[in-house]
Design a protein around this ligand. Structure first.
Ligand code: HEC
Length: 123
């Protein structure tokens, strides 16, 4: 599976962990999360996070209390749910973490607790 040894990632990971440790979320992390959102999520959840009301299929992430739960949000993004694709195979753990932390403080959401790599479900 994924090995962080000798990949240069361990250093990035250490920096990210430190940035999250000293929260609030580092600006860099949020910017990264925003880019990941644009590429992977906004096609369905829209640029403003309000979802696709016309079809009524893609729920709004904006002002969504369901995102208050780190574990629920992580579970849905990592493993998918019905029409929501699983991102486990498409994004690295760090990217999942960044996009989850991004959506939880964007689009009118302002949850104070910061998700950690250890919140990513193992399977
Ligand atoms: C192909 C369309 C599609 C893409 C791309 C997509 N989603 Fe979703 N998403 C959905 C659908 C459909 C649901 C509703 C699943 C259900 O409840 O049955 C959903 C639900 C969610 C939920 C739960 C919201 C709620 O109120 O239940 C979150 C959080 C979420 N998506 C985040 C993301 C993130 C973050 C990304 C990008 C990494 C993303 N989604 C990409 C279609 C998509």
């Amino acid at each position: 599976m994924k090995s962080y040894l000798f990949s240069g990632r361990s250093f990035k990971l250490a920096c990210l962990s430190f940035a999250l440790f000293i929260s609030p979320i580092a600006a860099e992390t949020l910017q990264g999360g925003g880019e990941i959102y644009e590429i992977n999520c906004q096609g369905c959840h829209m640029a403003d996070g309000k979802g696709d009301k016309g079809a009524g299929v893609y729920p709004a992430l904006a002002n969504n209390v369901k995102l208050s739960s780190v574990s629920t949000t992580m579970e849905i993004v990592t493993n998918g749910l019905n029409g929501m694709p699983s991102f486990r195979e498409y994004l690295t753990d760090e990217e999942i973490l960044e996009v989850v932390n991004y959506i939880r403080v964007s689009f009118g959401n302002s949850f104070k607790d910061v998700a950690q790599l250890t919140d990513i479900p193992k399977n």
